[in-house]
Design a protein around this ligand. Sequence first.
Ligand code: C2O
Length: 584
Amino acid sequence: MAIAVVEHTFVVSQVHMTHLCKKTLVTVVNGQFPGPAIEVMEGDSVAVHIVNKSPYNITIHWHGVKQRLTCWSDGVPMITQCPIPPNQNFTYRFNVAGQEGTLWWHAHVPCLRASLHGALIIRPRDGASSYPFPKPHEEIPIIIGEWWEKDLSKVGRNLRDGSLNDDPSASTINGKLGDLFNCSGVAEDGYVLDVEPGKSYMLRVINAALFYEYYLKIAGHKFTVVAADANYVSPYTTDVIAVSPGETVDAILIADAPLGRYYMVAQPVEPPLLDTQAPVYVTRGVVQYNRNHNYDNSTATPVVPEMPGMHDTMVSFNFHGNLASLHHPLRPTPMVPVRADEHLFIALGLGMVPCQVGQSCSKRQGEENFIVATMNNVSFHLSSTTTPLLEAHYYHTGRMDDVALELPDRPPRAFNFTDQALIPEGPKEALLEPTSKATVERRFRHGTVVEVVFQSTALLQGDSNPMHLHGHDMFLLAQGLGNYDVEKDVARYNLVNPPRKNTVHVPNLGWAAVRFVADNPGVWFMHCHYEFHLSMGMAAVFIVEDGPTTGTSLPPPPMDFATCGNYQSYLQTKKSEVSHISGV
Ligand code: C2O
């Protein structure tokens, strides 16, 4: 097949949708929730024209696309580009090379990704018959999401100000709430997958939810996991899939159960009981065998799967621990770097910073503080709203140096990171609370092998952390519970067939060790994919310097690339009221 340019136009606008008896204004692409799927073949070029008819500044991020030498198209507001103001257009152009499987796209402005997202499917260049597993009869995206009645941009501002009181109204499979939700007693529609006995279905599972990891099960059936984060894995059979926000899982479902109807259930995973417990939204759809077989599927009550406990985080730990890269003669996988040039130990947690003027903050122990999320005790914060970091970096305008703080190699002090006594507020935890805000960055020479150990902590909460790196895949070498111990845990590293992931689920009260090769020049966001952690500052930027040749250096921005200056002059001439162009 010849290399194609796959073009799409995404019109971002607000439409009314009605669920749970309530008409809600939702920001969507092309009127759809979830948004349209982009389907390409490995090596294709993609061009997506964004027409912003919404009242918000928007960017779209192509989650998991490596963007080799196209950092300009990565879609992170004020990091790689100026966000697209209302009534403006922007075109993203990039190639999808060296990757196959399921990725997705989403808005990268606070919280709006809850309704602005869709699948990005990359098939092998020579067609589905060259999958490294038997060709499935059909391929189906399964997007787990949330239904929000609240104004999402308001929710984003609340999170930034440390308020954690907003919850979704329901959860969804492919945009449908399912029969556990109702409007005046009438069940909401659920997602229905019609199957034929004996056929196989590749489910492309995406977690697009803001807040929760989910467990997915289908009564009476098993899955064979064949890929994760658009990297093939060695086939792994399981009756439950664990998928954290930002992760994707490709799994084969074989319709080999007795003719009937079976619930497909997506259940959020709750953090430990000591944490604040949010309302739990379980959503379900139905897998039904179709009617051509002297079987009437309209009346049978679906079989209900037995779900793991709400707090059973071990199911996720085991699922992630069972992923291993596929070694396949036709799919050479990159070698795992045997040693690292730089080692980072990143503690992930919450902390407090003093309240700012005009901010509503909680008063504790006589002081006004508000809660932020941190890496090594610094919370990410962007100050300028006029020059994106990538532009400053590329043109050496010096802004990077003015504002940036280097992400420290390790937390400022060692403590028992996973001591559950730190979860409730108290004297022990109060000592560790004070933190600061900065534009946290870390610079790497081209080709540096970076090892990062992410350590989840019990600071004010015992949650897990799906850590996402833009522009690179990470080798997931090992994960563990409790505190990482270099003496014994290095010996457990899988240097033979570790899975490659763009989003690594760092277990709650545990750790994950990754390596990646910093060989894609640009300014790359690295952050937790829980929206509350991200909006509260659990983020940093990794700057990868140019290599020695043009083929290893970031080219200039595309000719039509808009700067904030372009947008501002436009806005001035239009006399539009836009108080600030900022998305982060
Ligand atoms: Cu899927 Cu920076 O995000």
